[in-house]
Design a protein around this ligand. Structure first.
Ligand code: ATP
Ligand code: MG
Length: 257
């Protein structure tokens, strides 16, 4: 469903993705883990076309998307929902308008259908009767859930989640994990879940890919990842301070001379 080949992306003199390869099968939930700054969000933004790669290929449903024009990409975006790390809500619109945005702008639906879908999507993420609130009145976790509701009401085939369980309390995190699993099982949604939360990764993922220095260094079932003998994987999943990953990693890696 999603096939990424030799994806390369640098910002100025900083290399982020170094010929990265990743494949996600139809109906699969793939968790992506790796340290802060490794390029997880950059990868998701490349998939939805918010960032263009320097080279490499991204195929969605067999279609090369890196060279699509904006109009074609807009159409594709109807099928790909992205839950942004910070919510990415429009500050000047209330919650209801934010969630309805894509339905209002791009889909020809009557007002009642939109209202119902918005209410249903908000209920699914555990937020009721908040349509009138403004983003500035929401907590970080609420913003994230509104962002998730906005994606759900599009009923997309693919959902990209950027840190869906960070900034939310453990009970909400469990509910979000449950929702991710349910969307896969009931609606056959294909997903990438970027996360630091290993509990969430083990729970929701069919497979887990770990990013390190611009590439995927391990990719397998949650069990494979737990059993991996790769020292970088071990250090990351157990959160150890000592190991091959050093604090100043970002200073020594990725600097193009
Ligand atoms: N638009 C941009 N312009 C310049 N540099 C960028 C841009 N977007 C991301 N970067 C850089 O790319 C690197 C990877 O960023 P990215 O947001 O993908 O990290 P991440 O793996 O998602 O980290 P985190 O876990 O903290 O969210 C960072 O060093 C960041 O500064
Ligand atoms: Mg990120």
């Amino acid at each position: 469903m999603i096939e990424i080949l030799n994806l390369y992306k640098a910002f100025g003199t900083q290399m982020v993705l170094n010929n990265l390869n990743l494949a996600v099968r139809r109906g699969e939930t793939k968790a992506v883990i790796g340290r802060s700054g490794v390029g997880k969000s950059v990868l998701l933004k490349n998939i939805v076309g918010l960032i263009k790669p320097d080279s490499g290929s991204i195929k969605i449903n067999g279609v090369e998307v890196t060279n699509l024009n904006e109009k074609a990409y807009d159409k594709l975006r109807m099928e790909i929902g992205m839950v942004f790390q910070g919510g990415a809500l429009f500050d000047s619109m209330n919650v209801g308008e934010n969630v309805a945005f894509v339905l209002d702008e791009f889909m020809n639906l009557d007002k009642k259908t939109v209202r119902d879908r918005v209410a249903d999507a908000l209920a699914l993420v555990g937020l009721k009767d908040v349509q009138h609130m403004m983003p500035s009145q929401l907590s970080g976790g609420m913003k994230k859930r509104v962002s998730l509701a906005r994606v759900l009401c599009m009923e997309p085939q693919i959902i990209l989640y950027d840190e869906p369980t960070s900034e939310v309390d453990p009970i909400t995190a469990a509910a979000i994990n449950h929702l991710i699993i349910e969307l896969r099982d009931k609606l056959k949604v294909t997903s990438i879940v970027v996360t630091h939360d290993m509990n969430s990764a083990y729970q929701v993922a069919d497979s887990i890919a770990m990013f390190y220095r611009g590439q995927v260094i391990a990719d397998g079932t949650p069990q494979d990842i737990r059993n991996s003998t790769h020292p970088v994987v071990q250090q990351f999943i157990h959160g150890q301070a000592d190991g091959p990953i050093t604090e100043d990693e970002s200073l020594i890696f990725g600097h193009i001379k």
